[in-house]
Structures are given as structure tokens and as C-alpha cells.
Design a protein around this ligand. Sequence first.
Ligand code: GDP
Length: 290
Amino acid sequence: MAIQWFPGHMNKAKKAIADRIKTVDMVIEMLDARLPASSENPLLAQLSKGKPKLKILNKQDLADPERTTIWLNHYNQQAHTQAIALDASEKGATAKITQACRQMMPNRGGLDKPLRVLICGIPNVGKSTLINGMIGKKSAKTGNEPGITKAEQRLFLADDFWLYDTPGMLWPKIIVEESGYNLAASGAVGRNALDEEEVALALLDYLRRHYLILLQNRYSPDKDPSSHWDDVAWLEWIAQKRGARLAGGRVNYQKAAEVILTDFREGAMGRITLETPNQWEQWLKIARKR
Ligand code: GDP
């Protein structure tokens, strides 16, 4: 699949993060709860080695709650790591985060030892939404497409709690094929950078195997699809259902792809998570053999 990356931006972010990390006590890594492993940034793992880390599984309202619990347990077993699930726009999100950080760093606090935290996340994970909620106004740009993140800013969440927002852009690194599709399905890589039909087919293939009921409820197939419908059959059915036709009655695959992707991004089918720790392990194994 063709996704365009911007190594120049990444190098700038890398340098800025490497400098900032030396002066902070811990790191918050925002992840997308629907694709926790795919939305990680391996570079961050490398740069923040040894620092306590709070992983925020954001957009939990869109993610499968059972799988969110599995991911939280998975991360909570890792050294120096704690994980919480969040909806960035929920009331009390800031308190939830500051509380979790303070618990992790009981020796920091008070004016002489402020708790200094760096927050990182790939585009579209919800960082601006969270930060806007923290500062109580609409200053950071938010949107459904990956935006441009500007210079570093420091927020005083309390006299003794300083939050540094990562300067520059931290892009995901696609290690396994599935993570590319999952990032694309979530909207993290920008609409123009991908072939929507290919992404929609990959999404349908996953959903028909793991969330068949949700697919059935949303698109009410006229026959039992469980045994014989593959990803293409599903895309064609969605096209038919939504009147996605070209001249001469041909299937408009592009339009049908947009329907399924928009439905997924908006949570219209229900709460869905595209990977589990076990699946991720399997995908990694396969990718390493290639
Ligand atoms: P950023 O690129 O990390 O700064 O991401 P944004 O804050 O711009 O968020 C990207 C999109 O995700 C926006 O449409 C937000 O409204 C949406 N969003 C952010 N956090 C959440 C969340 O917890 N739940 C839901 N449902 N949407 C969210």
C-alpha cells in the first residue's frame, strides 16, 4: 500500500524529543484504543527508555471494552508502565491523568520538585482534543485529518505539574502490514495517502472474521453471509445497500469503501478494536520471517 511519510518532520521531532526527555520525569504516550500496538511509535520507545510511562488508550468510547481491558492488563504487566483508558473529551480527563501520573511518581510534587511530564502521540490520536480540554479553550487545532503540530508548549496543570506537549510530528512506523491498514482505517494517515478500496477490503476482512454480528446489524444482508461472503462480497453488498452505482449499474467500489470507512471511524457499527496483543504477536512473527 502506498502511504507517504515525511522523514524530515520525523527527524526534527526525534531531536526535540531526545532533548526534552532528559528534563522530564515521565512520559505519557497516547494511543488509539482501537489499534494500540499500531498507534505506538517505536522511536518513542527507544527515546524514552528507562522513563516511567503512562499509556493512555484514547477513544475508548469507540473501542471494544473487552479488548480494552485485555490491552490494559497487557501494558500494566510491563515494567515502569501503567495504562488507563480515556475518552479525551470526557469531563475529568485531566484529573484522571494527573492522578495517574502522581501515583506513578510519588516522590515528585511540591514547588521545589514539580512533576514534569512529556506527552506524545501520533497524529489523530486525540492529543489536541485532550490539551484543549486541559486549557479550557479551543486553541490547539483539532480535526479528523492528521494536522500540523506546532512548536513545543508547556502547560501548568498545577503549580507543581508541568506538561510538555511534544514538538513536531511523531509518525507511526509501519512494521507489519496489518498495522498499515489499521492506521489507515482509523484515519491516522490522511485520506489522500492511501487506497481507500484496499483499506476497506482489509477492514471488511477483519470485521467479517471478528465482528460479524456488528456487520450484519449495520448492513442487514439479505442472506446468511457467515459461511460464504468474503471481503469483496461484503463491499458489493454495501454498495448495493447504499446505492453506490456508476453509470450502467456498475458497482462504485470507491463510494462503498468510503461508506464502510466512515462508519468505522464514527463508531456507527458499534465498538470495535482491530487488534489484540496475541494477534499483534502473530503479525509480528510473520513480518519478521519475511
Ligand atoms: P491529534 O492529531 O492527536 O491532535 O488529534 P485530534 O485531537 O485532532 O483528534 C482527532 C479526531 O479524533 C477529532 O475528530 C477528535 O474529535 C476525535 N477524538 C479525539 N479524542 C477522541 C475520543 O476520545 N473519542 C472520540 N470518539 N473521538 C475523539
